[in-house]
Ligand binder design. Structure first.
Ligand code: COA
Ligand code: AMP
Length: 633
């Protein structure tokens, strides 16, 4: 039963957002404390703590060392794929970060400069992020599973002075050489970074060019002094993280320093029930927002201990991998994606592996990145016997929009719902006219402006796209791009994207960039990619291609070869993580009279749902011909 604590806090955050967050801002060490909470002088652009100054790295490291946590573990590195593990205390991590900040400064990085980081799950990725923040520079981490073209697009847009990369990443099935990908990306980009710092790993040694310097050698150099923290405005960007929209051009989500530090610091005790000194493990990747927020910044801002895990939930070496790590480090909270749990469940349905380990330290399992289906929820709660908590959020918000705020009040769980709007978020479900729908009715999920601290203030160098993508659908609201409903008890249900963004194994991918890779094939006249339901990955992409006349693709073998070529093109252009496996050649694609491909209708048919066929469809017979192809498994 609710004791009303959550409701009271949420009401306060809505009635007086500036006062609410000014109080939370006391959890951060400021250089110049802000007098202003919310700056709403330029709607629809809102800024938090605009007259405050701070340094985020100071808040994540230095202040804890000063406060007596020098010898406490800050970061455990656990790498089943290399068979190594290593731990850093707060003092050790600070020393490495300060030194690497000195390295970056020697290479010319100053406040406001961009540093692109393209690394696997190694501690050096975290060190590079924090070192960039220490200098008041702006990092942009690119997920290692992205191919050169995606990396190039990010380099082109972020215009980094320096890139930090590793020689390789290690996947269970193979070693992925990152350095050739980086070189290809730089060749493709019109902007060339001045320097690349390369972490050589023993599995693959990268070939160095004149542009490259070696991580280890630079860190050893006595000539390089550690760098102190640089004061930045609360509103200065801490990072830009690119995420997929519907077009091929990724969106550069900007995160500011002040609002981010306040929101994440506040979130640890209130949303995750974590105290300083406890071990909080997020099994994700620093290339995604969940990794930025809950592998790197939030645990360290809160004085907790984080884990950098270089491995998978299964296959490295088995389905007990997560439980082994929980036992080893006495993890209090584990945060991962539902896909990871589905993978464990598939391999070990009776949780035999779990029985081999003492996981009694684990208080809660948090899941995010995609919808937590009730079946996965049920299995995880039964085998673990602890609360399993769904979080709904996006790269844009940086922290949960809806969750069960366990540190404030642990609310009853309803399977299929990420529980309630987080304090600070006024979540509403709107119809096409922008009117709120009654409880239980589905619509577009929107957040009334202003959003709380830590959420995106704009897109990198593109205020117009920020407004047109998110703020123009409904005046005074941020459009989440998700559809769903809120029930009588105020519980939010997120049913899926209303646009064409894909979510494959918790990875957000753009239909546009996969389609662009396919359309580049000489035999392809046009194509459509949709995300169809998948038992393990939540969604997987399916591609439908229309051939050019005279393409020469005639026999079954030709079609099979074409399918393989298209799959390879997507791996080469977007990355293996896109996981495209299914390609069908069709005669035509269903479109509206204005030429828009009916991807949503196609998706509904493929998933066996009732399909909404718009009255503006150009030729209904095209859809009829496609139905059997869409329905096949
Ligand atoms: N660098 C290079 N390649 C990568 C990569 C990386 N960081 N991450 C994934 N890939 C590659 C994989 O090797 C694989 O390549 P392959 O097709 O040659 O085998 C491909 O991308 C797809 O990888 P993945 O999505 O990991 O699928 P999988 O079938 O190998 O594993 C799971 C399935 C469920 C185990 C895996 O998807 C998983 O751990 N999911 C959790 C997702 C997650 O943490 N999401 C973050 C949001 S919170
Ligand atoms: P990303 O920006 O990569 O974090 O992806 C955000 C998108 O993932 C959201 O817009 C949702 O579509 C989906 N998503 C993330 N978490 C959840 C969740 N808990 N429930 C439903 N969908 C989710």
């Amino acid at each position: 039963m609710s004791n009303g604590a959550y409701r009271a806090l949420h009401d306060r955050s809505s009635a007086d957002p500036a006062g609410f967050w000014a109080e939370a801002a006391q959890g951060v060490d400021w250089i110049r404390p802000p007098k202003t909470g919310l700056d709403d002088s330029r709607p629809p652009f809102y800024r938090w703590f605009s007259d405050g100054t701070l340094n985020t790295c100071y808040n994540a490291l230095d202040r804890h060392v000063i406060a007596g946590r020098a010898d406490q573990a800050a970061l455990h590195y656990e790498s089943p794929v290399t068979g190594t593990s290593r731990s850093y205390t707060y003092a050790e991590l600070l020393e490495k970060v300060a030194k690497f900040a000195g390295v970056l400064r020697t290479l010319g990085v100053e406040k406001g400069d961009r540093v692109v980081i393209y690394m696997p799950m190694v501690p050096e990725a975290v060190i590079a992020m924090l070192a960039t923040a220490r200098l008041g520079a702006i990092h942009s981490v690119v997920f290692g599973g992205f191919a050169p073209a995606e990396l190039a697009a990010r380099i082109e847009d972020a215009v980094p002075k320096v890139v930090v990369a590793a020689s390789c990443g290690i996947e269970p099935s193979r070693t992925v050489p990152y350095k050739p990908f980086l070189d290809q990306a730089i060749d493709r980009s019109s902007h060339k970074p001045e320097r690349c710092v390369i972490l050589q790993r023993e599995q693959v040694t990268a070939e160095m060019t004149e542009r490259d310097v070696d991580w280890v050698e630079m860190m050893k150099s006595d000539a390089i002094q550690p760098a102190e923290c640089v004061e930045v405005a609360a509103t200065d960007p801490l990072y830009v993280l690119y995420t997929s929209g519907t077009t091929g051009k990724p969106k550069g989500i900007v995160r500011d320093n002040g609002g981010h530090a306040v929101a994440l610091t506040w979130s640890m005790p209130n949303l995750y029930g974590i105290r300083p000194g406890e071990v909080f493990w997020t099994a994700s990747d620093v290339g995604w927002v969940v990794g930025h927020s809950y592998i790197v910044y939030a645990p360290l801002l809160a004085g907790a201990t984080t884990i950098v895990y270089e491995g998978k939930p299964v296959g490295t070496p088995d389905a007990g991998a997560f439980w082994r790590v929980v036992e080893k480090y006495e993890v209090v909270s584990l945060f991962t994606a539902p896909t990871a749990i589905r993978a464990i469940k598939k391999e070990d349905p009776n949780a035999e592996e779990l029985k081999k380990y003492d996981v009694s330290s684990l208080r809660r399992l948090f899941l995010a990145g995609e919808r937590l289906d009730p079946e996965t929820y049920k299995w995880a709660s039964e085998v673990l016997g602890i609360p399993v908590i769904d979080n709904w959020w996006q790269t844009e918000t940086g922290w949960p929009i809806a969750t069960n705020p366990v540190g404030i009040e642990e609310l009853p769980i309803k399977p299929g719902s990420p529980t309630v709007p987080t304090p600070g978020y006024d979540v509403q479900v709107l119809d096409e006219q922008g009117q709120q729908v009654p409880p239980g009715a589905e619509g577009s999920i929107a957040i009334k402006l202003p959003m709380p601290p830590g959420t995106l203030p704009t897109l990198w160098n593109d205020d117009d796209r920020y407004v047109s993508s998110y703020l123009s659908a409904y005046d005074g609201y941020y459009l989440t791009g998700d559809g769903g409903y809120i029930d009588e008890d105020g519980y939010v249900y997120v049913m899926g994207r209303t646009d064409d963004v894909l979510n494959v194994a918790g990875h957000r991918l753009s239909t546009g960039s996969i389609e662009a890779a396919i359309a580049g094939h000489p035999a392809v006249a046009e194509c459509a990619v949709i995300g169809v339901a998948d038992q393990m990955k939540g969604q997987i992409p399916r591609a439908f291609v229309v051939l050019k006349s005279g393409s020469g693709i005639e026999t079954e073998e030709d079609t099979e070869r074409l399918g393989k070529e298209l799959v390879q093109r997507v791996r080469d252009e977007v990355g293996a993580v896109a996981a495209l496996k299914l390609v069908d050649v069709v005669v035509a694609l269903p479109k509206t009279r204005s030429g828009k491909i009916l991807r949503k209708t196609m998706r509904q048919i493929a998933d066996g749902q009732e399909a909404m066929v718009p009255s503006t469809i150009e030729d209904p017979s095209v859809l009829d011909t496609l139905r059997p192809v869409l329905r096949k498994d």
